[in-house]
Design a protein around this ligand. Structure first.
Ligand SMILES: Cc1cc2nc3c(=O)[nH]c(=O)nc-3n(C[C@H](O)[C@H](O)[C@H](O)COP(=O)(O)OP(=O)(O)OC[C@H]3O[C@@H](n4cnc5c(N)ncnc54)[C@H](O)[C@@H]3O)c2cc1C
Length: 449
């Protein structure tokens, strides 16, 4: 085998291609857009962000920070470009999606070891090391090939995306700037509800018409990304304790916390668009416009994008993958990104990073590596290779996935925050040591995970 083939130029695919190429491998990156579009992507750019422009919290002491910090220390292309295209978002790392995708595309195209081929790949080549990073909207033909490869006949479920509002159409005499508990200054706009306004909104939302799904009866929603109308159906107050929770926000007009609130996050550097945080839904567009304009401050809102549903394709990874991201049954085939059974942008980057590093090592006849157990990358690799397979669901990185502190350490650090900070510090130490070792080792090939 003489090259690494990467299928899919999304978050995972570009990181995998970059890492393999930087390690000296010849890489052929197949991206089917713009020849064939997915239902959510709109451009021909690599690493196009289709929904929220946030890469989650970058606050030290949190699990999403740990994952990002590991990747930054490991010279991740995606994290480097995210830094260059960052927009204000409080404690979160958010990017200008257009500049982000443009810059990633330019860097990948300029990498001499990478050839980008704009073509849908429907078969896994027999003569190349292959990384499948085709994402949640993997093309149907490739999904069939993956079913054949993995012996699995159920590869997808549904989740939904949030609407984007034109900034000028938001009434800022009502919507106020603030971040929860003053974290991150004035980066969010907040639409406050009193009790009566909330009741009217709730009633309209639960009565509104959704877009019918194909095979609706088979729908399996992803719990972490439930559409608001599904959440609302679970109870009158569910939204007030979820995406509409008002805690930590004080409305300057009343000097009090509102009854409920909708947060809007800046979408781009120009600040001419705002994303409705946690407001993914699958209402009909006309119904969305009507219901969302009941939100105080959005009475005259113009929408750049309405909420939508989408398919989410992933393998039942623990049946299939080793912690190296290789298929146990076919070690020259790797999976990375959402399709490998993780959820989220940065999680996809991390698995792409690991698959790219290992694919290059396999090509060079070197020993493959497994990320250390305390680290966030190690925790994700452990989850995809070892989690319970009944009702397997992709996950975001959280402390629940990380190795807990030893008993002695738990006694020493009594507060949750201190314990988390300690976990992060230990993980980063382990990560640095490991990076140092793998960058210098010259051990021979071990092809299996
Ligand atoms: C509508 C939607 C909204 C989402 N919202 C969020 C969010 O707000 N936050 C979040 O963290 N995550 C979100 N996700 C999940 C998100 O997709 C992942 O976090 C991230 O994009 C996964 O990266 P990936 O590289 O695995 O897939 P992608 O970024 O989707 O990249 C896969 C690429 O593979 C290409 N491809 C597919 N099949 C083929 C083929 N046969 N041949 C060649 N190319 C192919 C596609 O065109 C695509 O460019 C959302 C997903 C969708 C679909």
């Amino acid at each position: 085998m003489t090259e690494v083939v990467v299928i899919g130029g999304g978050f995972a695919g570009v990181e995998a291609a970059w890492q393999a190429a930087q390690a000296g491998a010849r890489v052929c990156l197949y991206e089917m857009r713009p020849v064939k579009q997915t239902p959510a992507h709109r451009t021909d750019k690599l690493a196009e962000i289709v929904c929220s422009n946030s890469l989650k919290s970058d606050e030290p002491g949190t699990a999403p920070y740990l994952l990002k910090e590991e990747l930054r220390r490991a010279r991740s292309l995606v994290l480097e470009v995210a830094k260059e295209t960052r927009v204000p978002a409080g404690a979160a790392l958010a990017v200008d999606r257009q500049r982000f995708a443009e810059l990633i595309t330019a860097r990948i195209e300029a990498q001499p070891n990478i050839t980008v081929v704009r073509e849908e790949l429907t078969r896994v080549p027999a003569d190349a090391i292959t990384i499948i990073a085709a994402g949640p909207l993997c093309s149907d033909a490739l999904a069939e090939e993956i079913m054949r490869l993995t012996g699995d006949d159920q590869l997808y479920f549904y989740d939904a995306i949030a609407p984007i509002v034109v900034a000028d159409s938001i009434d800022t005499s009502i919507a106020f700037r603030a971040a929860r508990y003053d974290k991150g200054g004035d980066d969010y706009l907040n639409c406050p509800f009193d009790e009566e306004q909330y009741r009217r909104f709730y009633e309209a939302l639960t009565a509104a018409q959704s877009v019918p799904l194909q095979r609706f009866e088979e729908t399996r929603w992803f719990e972490a990304c439930l559409p608001i109308e599904e959440l609302a159906r679970r109870g009158y107050d569910t939204l007030r304790f979820g995406p509409m929770k008002p805690v930590g926000l004080v409305d300057p007009r009343t000097g009090r916390e509102p009854f409920a609130a909708v947060q809007l996050r800046q979408e781009n550097l120009l600040a001419d668009a705002y994303n409705m945080v946690g407001f993914q839904n699958h209402l009909r567009y006309g119904e969305q416009a009507r219901v969302l304009r009941l939100i105080p401050g959005l009475e005259r809102a113009e929408f750049l994008q309405y909420g939508q549903i989408h398919r989410n394709t992933y393998i039942r990874a623990p049946r299939v993958l080793a912690p190296t991201m290789q298929m146990r049954a076919r070690p020259a085939v790797f999976f990375a990104g959402q399709i490998s059974g993780v959820e989220g942008y940065v999680e996809s980057v991390a698995t792409g990073w690991l698959a790219g590093v290992n694919a290059a090592r396999l090509l060079a006849g070197r020993e493959l590596v497994t990320a250390p157990s305390r680290t966030a990358t190690g925790a994700l690799a452990r989850y995809v290779s070892q989690a319970e397979t009944d009702n397997y669901q992709p996950v975001n990185i959280t402390f629940a996935l990380l190795e807990p502190l030893a008993e002695q350490e738990r006694k020493r650090f009594r507060r949750k925050r201190e314990r988390h900070e300690r976990q992060v510090a230990l993980a980063l130490q382990e990560w640095d040591d490991w990076l140092h070792t793998i960058q210098h080792d010259t051990a021979p090939l071990v092809a299996n995970g």
